[in-house]
Design a protein around this ligand. Structure first.
Ligand code: SAM
Length: 422
């Protein structure tokens, strides 16, 4: 395990609870001077520079107790767009019961049923399902709806305006089931999608159907939640308007796991990664990647090979640090995608010139070794690459339990007062 050495300007702003303008002013006043990160040349802050601020310790949950909390009663979730179950297993590990899951993809459904024969897996297009039967039976609705633009008529968006999008189906399910809390999971890009209008529209629709979105909507970095991967997920939380309890996002951990922690016996897994099938690079790509050292990428190639390999991208500028990338043992893996050998997103094994195997992929997403994936090898990669990392989902699960426990206590108090009044 290592602690990250550099923090971007936006990360530093979040850690110190300041905005980027304040950091810029501090930079000018020499109070806190940004430095250049050696590989990307971006403006960053060294860990040592931030550690002197008391906020640094507060931000990271220094004692690394995690967010663990026991549920005061059994809480039930309806998980939409469930995929191979990354979010669902994490919530289950936290102690939340899965009432039902919906997913359209037959291989992902098979994966869910193989691993959890008792789960109620509804295999269908969400558009065909009426969820009203779940009203009063669930506490939480979760779902990683794919991001799509809305069409606007220049007004505040209502539920009906979103018809035809998968967010509409998510919101419709919330309306039909009235859970205490709902959680939408998405890519960071949702923040800037259609200049922020898509997210704004989602917030206004949730408002219309009786839910307050917890502000600001946060993007959680998986590396801060025991995941050896630099993946980020936008987590949109909305609380039913009749509930006056604050939801708090899970606290981050200070330690960061690396690829070594993912694949070898250690504090994250108690044995080395099991052997499994995996994709191979075509011969041409293998020859090129053979020349890249661990933690290296296309810039580490001889110039003529850089030009030949990158083709047009060579002249387009930008870091493209994902191209011809070999991961090092002592760093977290870059974000895994749905297919392991794409040109823009190569993540080569540190010692061998090959993509990660299926089980290595699953480890990097913190799936347990006994979670079996169904379908062809490429189906399996897709299911894993699509998932919310299990350990991140578990911490989100604890944050939901903590919220629902408070709701439960409030309800209990209100009932006691009623009884006393009688
Ligand atoms: C990002 S993945 C979800 C990953 C999942 N939350 C996990 O942690 O493993 C989105 C899923 O939505 C499913 N999906 C897309 N359109 C759908 C629809 N119309 N009805 C039901 N599921 C759908 C896809 O098949 C895909 O598995």
């Amino acid at each position: 395990m290592v602690i990250k050495d550099y923090f971007s300007v936006s990360e530093a702003a979040e850690i110190l609870g300041k905005n980027s303008e304040t950091l810029r002013r501090w930079d000018n006043e020499d109070k806190l001077k940004a430095v250049r990160e050696p590989i990307s040349n971006y403006r960053v802050y060294k860990k040592e520079q931030l550690e002197v601020f008391p906020e640094f310790k507060l931000y990271f949950n220094k004692l690394d107790k995690g967010n663990f909390v026991e549920p005061l009663k059994e809480y039930q979730v309806l998980e939409l767009f469930a995929g191979a179950g990354g979010l669902a297993i994490g919530l289950e590990q936290a102690g939340i019961k899965c009432k039902a899951l919906n997913e359209i993809d037959k291989w992902a459904c098979k994966t869910l049923r193989t691993n959890r024969p008792n789960w109620n897996v509804i295999e269908d297009d969400i558009k065909n399902i009426n969820f009203t039967g779940f009203k009063n039976k669930i506490d939480i609705v979760t779902g990683g709806f794919p991001c799509q633009a809305f069409s606007y008529a220049g007004k505040k968006l209502g539920l009906q305006d979103a018809r035809g999008t998968l967010f509409y189906e998510f919101a419709r399910t919330v309306k039909e089931t009235e859970p205490k809390i709902c959680i939408g999971e998405n890519v960071r890009g949702l923040i800037s999608h259609d200049n922020g209008k898509t997210l704004e529209g989602m917030i206004s629709i949730l408002d219309e159907i009786g839910y307050n979105v917890v502000s600001p909507v946060k993007v959680l970095k998986a590396i801060h939640y025991n995941v050896p991967q630099k993946r980020e997920r936008l987590i949109l939380v909305a609380v039913r308007k009749d509930i006056d309890i604050e939801y708090n996002y899970p606290l981050a951990f200070s330690e960061i796991y690396t690829l070594k922690d993912a694949l070898k016996k250690g504090s994250l897994f108690n044995r080395n990664v099991p052997k499994s099938k995996g994709a191979k690079y075509p011969e041409h790509k293998k020859k090129v990647l053979d020349l890249v050292p661990p933690k290296g990428y296309w810039r580490d190639l001889p110039l003529d090979i850089q030009k030949e390999y990158m083709q047009k991208s060579f002249y387009l500028g930008g870091g493209k640090t994902g191209m011809a990338r070999r991961i090092g043992w002592d760093e977290p893996c870059l974000t895994l995608t749905c297919s392991p050998a794409q040109k823009q997103t190569e993540r080569c094994h540190p010692d061998e010139t090959r993509p990660f195997t299926v089980r290595e992929y699953a480890r990097i997403q913190t799936f347990p070794d006994d979670w079996h994936f169904e379908g062809s090898v490429s189906q399996q990669y897709k299911q894993i690459g699509n998932a919310v990392p299990v350990n991140l989902a578990k911490e989100i699960g604890y944050s939901i339990i903590s919220f629902l426990n408070e709701v439960h206590k409030e309800g209990f108090k209100a009932n006691e007062l009623k009884t006393l009044a009688v």
